[in-house]
Write a protein that binds this ligand. Structure first.
Ligand SMILES: C[S@@+](CC[C@H](N)C(=O)[O-])C[C@H]1O[C@@H](n2cnc3c(N)ncnc32)[C@H](O)[C@@H]1O
Length: 311
């Protein structure tokens, strides 16, 4: 298996872990089962890890949507089988434009699922606008699914332009477990391109942290065996996560270990999820939380309040 296939396979893993957690009731997502088939059962600790990841990312995204009264645009980089767009539409909380980017091998599968399932298609169907579909892309009024390699910036720029992305509107970029698969020079170029080109931007990133230890070594070895290289230079600690943004020109940035993010989520919901299954391996959950983080960065020249967004 070539390494690009190895990276794409990580989407199947993430989607199946999320699907299992949704089936168990960790959070509600009526759309994921339409895109991702049932997989192998997962440990409760893995499901809680995904719960914290999904809720953590949504917490920051919701804060930007609130701040901008949904007048912003969202670009989900390496979106895989993510279903945030459909869930936001259900909550009447969708931004003016939502663009998902991934390799064509992933977007082609997602296009076929969207075409197959009415609940997915219905949500993107606008009253007046039509939907343009090819084998790898889909364009509607406020949702676009495009195929591009995130390391090819001119290609990415072209695709975003075709999707109606306006560089002068506040834009949220999401990268959920994606930058770590991209060579550091290329992920830095991507971060620099965004901050140089967009007038107002917010970046939300979920990925590994504190990787300089035995747990990190094992994770790297496991993925290497599956033809997938993790680029963990920015994942040494929280400081290296923050530095990656600041060194590329972002105005401000912060990062939080998942241990901390989890403790910031609503207590009643934490209480609920911890009773879904018996947690046998609390130590494993602590290890997982210690080795993942959410980092975020902003460029906010008009001081609309992006610097205040945090957990
Ligand atoms: C671990 S999956 C995460 C998927 C999704 N963000 C989620 O959290 O459920 C990583 C995704 O990033 C995509 N990806 C990695 N490198 C990429 C690149 N250079 N260009 C486009 N997509 C990329 C993969 O194809 C895959 O869908």
């Amino acid at each position: 298996m070539a390494s690009e296939d190895g990276v794409r396979a990580t989407n199947d893993d993430a989607a199946q872990c999320k699907r299992h957690a949704v089936d168990k009731g960790y959070w509600k997502d009526p759309y994921l089962p339409l895109i991702c088939p049932k997989g192998q059962p997962k440990l409760p600790e893995i499901s809680i890890g995904y719960y914290a990841r999904v809720k953590g990312m949504r917490t920051l995204l919701d804060k930007v949507l609130n701040l901008t009264s949904c007048t912003c645009q969202v670009v989900n980089l390496g979106a895989g089988f993510d279903t945030t767009y459909w869930n936001l539409k259900d909550q009447k909380f969708a931004p003016r434009n939502f663009v998902e980017v991934d390799y064509s091998g992933i977007t082609s599968k997602k296009v076929s699922f969207i075409k197959r399932w009415k609940p997915l298609l219905e949500k993107i169907r606008s009253e007046d606008g039509e939907i343009q579909v090819s084998s790898t892309e889909l364009h509607s009024q406020d949702y676009h699914l495009v195929a591009a390699d995130l390391t090819q910036l001119s290609e990415l720029e072209k695709r975003l332009k075709e999707s109606g992305i306006d560089k002068n509107i506040p834009t949220v970029f999401i990268a959920e477990c994606v930058l770590v698969y991209i060579e550091p020079k290329k992920s830095e170029e991507l971060l620099k391109w965004i901050v140089d080109n967009f007038s107002t931007a917010f970046f939300i990133n979920y990925e590994q942290v504190n990787m300089i230890d035995r747990f990190g070594d094992i994770m790297l070895e496991n993925l290497r065996a599956r033809h997938c290289t993790l680029h963990v230079e920015a994942c040494k600690n929280l400081e290296s996560q923050i530095k990656r943004y600041i060194s590329q020109g972002w105005e401000g940035a912060d990062a939080m270990e998942m241990t901390h993010v989890y403790s910031c989520l609503p207590k009643d919901d934490i209480h609920r999820v911890e009773r879904i299954e018996f947690l046998d391996e609390k130590e494993l959950l602590d290890q997982l939380f210690h080795h993942y983080c959410i980092s975020w960065a902003y460029k906010d020249p008009s001081k609309m309040g992006l610097s205040q967004i945090s957990f």
